[in-house]
Write a protein that binds this ligand. Structure first.
Ligand SMILES: [Zn+2]
Length: 242
């Protein structure tokens, strides 16, 4: 048993993975999947087994950390802590938009200058840039005024600049709001996120575009499907050059 008796040295995040570094040179990886949730039960709490509780850690002070995952898309794994031992999918992860290095227009351009897929799909590609889900990509392209079907390597310098500013901006706003609760997402202390109230385009098909409305133009948010995922955008100010 890798975990028994080991001391937790650090807890960090890489992409959508929670990584717990142990003093025995192993790292535990947790991915919450679509709707997994970690519960932290204090030693004094009743430690009843919850429905869909598939895994738990018991700490030496009696605290229990439990993974509840009704849809079973979550993952718990462990691997040696050396860089060579990283699982292949971890080695392939792209850049962190909120990493120590700021996201620059050059970094975005380097990612996409050889990418022939639509910018919407390219931004969702976790081997290029991590942590952006469907909602945040729709919101970023909307705010940047970039058509979601525009080929990634045809973006202008100005568009790369806009994205490098807007992506971290949106992620910071979403973090401050506790994320987006569409169905059942809650933070680790049980709070629902409120960023969904700030969505300007996601889930708003048929609504008037707020950016165009500011310029006294009338345009309606439109929904299309790209690679099986819904894309919401404004056909007026998110111009396509095709
Ligand atoms: Zn618009």
């Amino acid at each position: 048993m890798i975990l028994v008796g080991a001391k937790v040295q650090e807890v960090r995040r890489r992409a959508k993975y929670i990584l717990i570094g142990l003093d025995n040179n192993w790292t535990v990886l947790i991915h919450l999947g679509m709707s997994g949730r970690l519960f932290i039960d204090k030693p004094s709490d009743a430690h009843e087994l919850r429905k869909h509780q598939h895994f738990d850690f018991l700490l030496n002070d009696g605290t229990r950390i439990a993974l509840v995952d009704p849809r079973r898309f979550g993952v718990v794994d462990a691997f040696p802590s050396s860089p060579e031992a990283l699982p292949p999918f971890m080695k392939r992860l792209g850049i962190e938009p909120l990493g120590e290095e700021p996201l620059t227009p050059v970094a975005i351009k380097n990612l996409f200058e050889k990418t022939h897929s639509p910018i919407k799909n390219a931004l969702l590609d976790q081997t290029k840039i991590v942590g952006l889900g469907n909602i945040y990509v729709c919101e970023a392209l909307f705010r940047a005024g970039i058509h979601p079907q525009k080929t990634a390597n045809t973006l202008s310098q100005t568009e790369y600049e806009h994205l490098s500013q807007i992506i971290p901006e949106i992620l910071h706003e979403a973090l401050a709001a506790g994320g987006s609760t569409l169905r059942d997402y809650v933070t680790v202390d049980g709070q629902k996120g409120s960023f969904q109230e700030l969505h300007q385009v996601y889930g708003r098909a048929g609504d008037a575009c707020p950016i165009c409305a500011q310029k006294k133009h009338r345009a309606l948010i439109t929904k299309i499907t790209q690679s099986g995922r819904s894309t919401f955008f404004c056909p007026q100010h998110q111009k396509s050059e095709h």
